[in-house]
Design a protein. Structure first.
Length: 459
């Protein structure tokens, strides 16, 4: 049975000004308490937003809202709520409990209401509609606060996927990966690329330039960065006086930067070549990723990389090797096509002799997702079909595909005058890109049978 409380009115209509002042004081105490509480919380939110999230953009609007309107609103609302629901009904611990619960509910409701009003109607910001705001965000290519928070919360789903993969790996069967370790890696990479947007991936992981600086510190060498007014960006690893220059384009679907494994693998290749008295200087291109730029920007940067090496550095084309994996190999073939079939989408570049060689590792030659290998090897490879489809659409950004974006579209005769002496194509028998790779090799080998070597490594 509920306890029987006796209530005493704080003020009646017959009581005068002193009692009214007492009642106002009762209201002002929770108002001031929650005004200070809200002000303290909003100052923290503002500091996090400025120094960690979105910087000083629209700072006046943010400051007015977080330091003036929100604390006053929270103080007034909670002051009234306290008087209405608590002072007249509960005392002691119950009052403290209800106060805490209502404070959290009110703060969460207030912030969610403001977010919703801003998102749908553009309140508290300069943008007037959700479409305009998203357009501005796309132009600036920055993550919102919620996307940054979501980027870190996303690791929970990655962890859950790994737990599931750790169990399901014992029952993967012949349609799965060749090893338990590969099964875990495949599950993690697929979940990461499915769960996060390209901007979130670039936010979470270190950039290629940052990884290169770490590499230089560990190897105790001076960084050799390159950047020019034509948009070229990259860095060198090796000896400037080496006999051959290797221009390396990393993979990642044009959306992800290179990972640390690149700076473990390619320098080891350079050392192995050096042991055979073949000296190389590696020019690693840090081309612009989507969505910061789309086709043909990356294509133009690839052309500029070769122009820089040949014209600015004075190296002979016969001393240049093009290397690329996945999307990087896509750029290698776009560049090779441009040398014999100049594209209007990129600056013209003429060379007087063929390139020394081109090395393609798991090249991304077709944006189609209906190849048999994509279905057969879906559970064996790290590439998810829906991800490659989305990233290819982001790369094209509405531009019609052609022989420069999908090398497999080009007919056999297209490659007849390819300006390269030697070609090497590497792939695995259990990758989703295997069928288009085989189809392209057949086309290219029609006019370059003695100069082409393709290797398909078994699982």
């Amino acid at each position: 049975m509920a306890p029987n409380y006796a209530y005493q009115p704080i003020i009646t209509s017959e009581e005068g000004f002193p009692t009214a002042r007492k009642r106002r004081a009762i209201y002002l105490r929770p108002f001031l308490l929650f005004w200070l509480n809200s002000l303290f919380a909003e100052v923290i939110f503002l500091a996090v937003g400025v120094f960690i999230m979105t910087g000083t953009r629209d700072l006046i609007y943010k400051a007015l809202w977080t330091l003036v309107f929100c604390p006053l609103g929270m103080g007034g609302a909670m002051g009234g709520v306290i008087n209405y629901f608590i002072v007249d009904h509960y005392y002691g611990k119950k009052a403290a409990h209800f106060t805490g619960i209502l404070s959290l509910l009110m703060l969460g409701t207030c912030n969610y209401l403001c977010y919703s009003l801003d998102r749908h109607f553009g309140w508290f910001r300069k943008t007037s509609t959700i479409q305009e705001r998203e357009k501005v965000q796309a132009m600036n290519h920055t993550l919102s606060i919620w996307e940054r928070i979501d980027a870190w919360l996303g690791w929970l789903s990655v962890g859950a996927e790994l737990v599931y993969a750790a169990i399901s790996g014992f029952f993967r069967g012949p349609s799965g990966t060749d090893s338990y370790q590969h099964h875990l890696i495949q599950a993690a990479v697929k979940k990461i690329t499915r769960r996060f947007t390209p901007l979130q991936l670039q936010y979470i992981f270190k950039s290629y330039d940052q990884l290169y600086l770490d590499y230089c510190r560990s190897a105790q060498i001076e960084p050799r960065f390159v950047a020019n007014e034509r948009g070229l960006k990259g860095f060198w690893i090796g000896c400037p006086t080496a006999k051959y220059v290797v221009i390396n384009f990393h993979g990642g679907g044009f959306a992800m930067d290179a990972t640390k494994s690149y700076l473990d693998f390619w320098p080891s290749v350079a050392r192995a070549l050096s042991d055979e008295d073949i000296t190389t200087d590696w020019f690693n291109i840090t081309y612009t990723l989507t969505p910061h730029a789309t086709y043909p920007t990356q294509f133009c940067e690839a052309v500029e990389a070769l122009r820089y090496v040949i014209e600015d550095l004075g190296r002979s084309a016969s001393e240049v090797v093009l290397v690329g994996d996945s999307a990087g190999a896509n750029l290698c073939l776009a560049l090779l096509s441009h040398l014999s079939h100049p594209s209007p989408a990129a600056p013209q570049l003429k060379i007087t002799e063929p390139l020394k060689a081109i090395v393609l590792m798991s090249p991304w030659l077709s944006f189609r997702n209906d190849w048999s290998s994509m279905k057969i090897n879906e559970d064996k490879d790290i590439d998810a079909r829906e991800v490659t489809e989305r990233w290819s659409q982001d790369y094209l950004n509405g531009v019609s595909t052609d022989n420069y974006t999908e090398a497999l579209r080009a007919p056999e005769t297209w490659w007849e005058g390819a300006l390269v002496k030697q070609s090497l194509v590497l792939a695995r028998s259990d990758e989703v890109l295997l069928d288009p790779i085989k189809a392209w090799v057949r086309k290219f080998s029609v006019y370059h049978p003695p100069n082409l070597r393709s290797t398909i490594r078994p699982s």
